[in-house]
Design a protein around this ligand. Structure first.
Ligand SMILES: Nc1ncnc2c1ncn2[C@@H]1O[C@H](COP(=O)(O)OP(=O)(O)OP(=O)(O)O)[C@@H](O)[C@H]1O
Length: 480
């Protein structure tokens, strides 16, 4: 362990604390001396002050980061100087502690750093086949390499990407490769928590703190202690909660509702959104200071349509999972990969999963045929010149989105009845949609005297699709 600080008192305090933890400590009062020590030894952790007589601690951070060594470097910054902490993290620091020193936080930080040396090093990053994030495209390879590097630090990461592009999966991968892997990973959908409950959900409460608080309860921060807290859809946080969250992140302490004392928490923050957070800041919906704290390192997930080369690997992984669940070995029939390649996947990998799952249900003997794919025809990507043109694809059965304002109009000649009267919104959308779907299918069956082939034709779906929907919705032919 190397401590670099020119203030004698502080250096001694650091030395004593680390010695008490049973660690060997060398110390230096300036950069020159620190460099000399670093040249002669490998340290488990370097802890450096920012301002030193002959330069900035940041220089050490950069030098060590670019030397290819795996030594974690942490910086000591003045309290309230978010800028220094963020700059150091961006430069490759593993973590920071603030002055005046909080010894419990210092100990937690040192312990995390020590664990790093036993955890994966970037060189030992999992093979692509072992990574949760499948894909052989250059973009995915770069992403996996970036994750292996980021997993070694405490820097907050902001993950951006369209819906279904793998943001949560990437966050889980960062956690799994970090020294925190044996501690909890907690993902919170910020948009799904009622505003009145947010503080209690994030920070917990004491017994009797409010009516209904029958027992003491931990919040997300305590539950994720030692691990990673993923703030999903972070742009949906209301402004008052943003202030509280900023405080918790800055001070690494939280206070339960009804408690008098704060408790230290050691949580790595990963945030995600499919919105443009910088624009939310411009529009006054998101606090600039919180944005700055969360957005230390950006990880951006490309949409699936920009990395169609990943399709074969993804399809293989998804079919293997689906086959394992259904016991049937699934394969793609001729032309299916080409059809998928010319689709734009607005719902990204999640949509690919859904498309394959559905197609497998319609398929014969686990061979997925082009007719089993229910891709939304309106969303077909422009096929590159010379690329195979997608065969005619059927609309997704059920309610069409074509009558929704802003959606594609119905192609000429297609029947597209108006949407049901939506003066009152359903309180359970899936149940409502099932009811609509059931009514449509039953009507079609009645009109065709339960001739399923004709009913399927009437609705523009395949026979197998109709049979599947009937099974799913429990629609049976009348007796006799
Ligand atoms: N590269 C990938 N390899 C394998 N599976 C993937 C990949 N990317 C995404 N998935 C799968 O796609 C689905 C959606 O991924 P995930 O939930 O991580 O997306 P998201 O971007 O967080 O979505 P949302 O914005 O809707 O929250 C998951 O089932 C996930 O396992």
């Amino acid at each position: 362990m190397l401590v670099v600080d020119d203030e004698d008192d502080l250096r001694e305090l650091l030395e004593i604390t680390l010695l008490k933890m049973g660690l060997d400590v060398d110390s230096a009062a300036d950069l020159r001396h620190a460099r000399a020590l670093l040249a002669g030894a490998d340290y488990d952790l370097v802890l450096t002050d920012m301002r030193l007589p002959d330069g900035l601690g940041l220089e050490l951070v950069r030098e060590i980061a670019s030397s290819g060594r795996n030594t974690p470097v942490a910086v000591v910054t003045a309290f309230g100087s978010a800028e220094n902490a963020v700059v150091a993290l961006k430069a490759g620091a593993f973590d920071y502690v603030t002055k005046p020193l909080q010894l419990d936080q210092l100990r937690m930080m040192v312990q995390s750093a020590l664990k790093l040396n036993t955890a994966h090093s970037p060189a030992a990053a999992p093979e692509p086949a072992d990574s949760r994030l499948k894909g052989s495209s250059t973009a995915m390879q770069a992403l996996r390499a970036q994750i292996a590097r980021l997993a070694r630090s405490m820097a907050p990461i902001a993950i951006t990407g369209e819906s279904g592009s793998g943001k949560e999966l990437a966050a889980r991968e960062i956690h799994a490769q970090s020294s925190r892997a044996d501690k909890p990973f907690i993902a919170v959908n910020c948009g799904a928590i009622p505003e009145a409950l947010m503080e209690a959900e994030f920070f917990g409460y004491r017994k009797g703190a409010f009516t209904g608080a029958a027992d003491e309860r931990d919040g997300f921060f305590q539950a994720a202690n030692g691990g990673t807290l993923m703030l999903d859809e972070v742009a949906d946080l209301p402004l008052p909660m943003q202030v509280k969250l900023l405080r918790a992140i800055q001070e690494r302490r939280v206070r339960k509702i009804g408690a008098t004392a704060e408790e230290p928490v050691d949580v790595r923050i990963v945030s995600a959104t499919h919105q443009n957070l910088a624009r939310c800041v411009e529009e006054g919906k998101f606090r600039q200071d919180l944005f700055y704290r969360l957005n230390v390192i950006e990880l951006s997930l490309p949409p699936l349509r920009d990395r169609l080369d990943d399709l074969p690997v993804l399809i293989e992984a998804i079919l293997a999972r689906l086959s394992a669940a259904g016991g049937q070995k699934a394969v793609l029939g001729p032309g299916v990969l080409d059809a998928l390649r010319s689709y734009s996947f607005p719902g990204n990998v999640r949509e690919l999963e859904n498309v394959l799952e559905r197609a497998l249900a319609f398929s014969n003997d686990g061979v997925i045929d082009v007719n089993d794919l229910s891709l939304k025809g309106a969303k077909l990507a422009d096929a590159p010149a010379g690329a195979p043109v997608a065969p005619a694809l059927t609309e997704v059965p059920g309610l069409s989105t074509a009558a929704v304002p802003g959606a594609m109009p119905a192609p000429p000649g297609e029947r597209m009845p108006p949407l049901p009267d939506l003066a009152v919104l359903p309180s359970n959308l899936p149940a409502y949609l099932e009811r609509v779907e059931r009514e449509i299918i039953v009507r079609a069956l009645q009109e065709t005297q339960y001739n399923r082939t004709q009913a399927a034709q009437l609705l523009g779906i395949s026979f197998r699709q109709l049979r599947y929907q009937m099974q799913k919705l429990g629609i049976q032919e009348p007796e006799g």
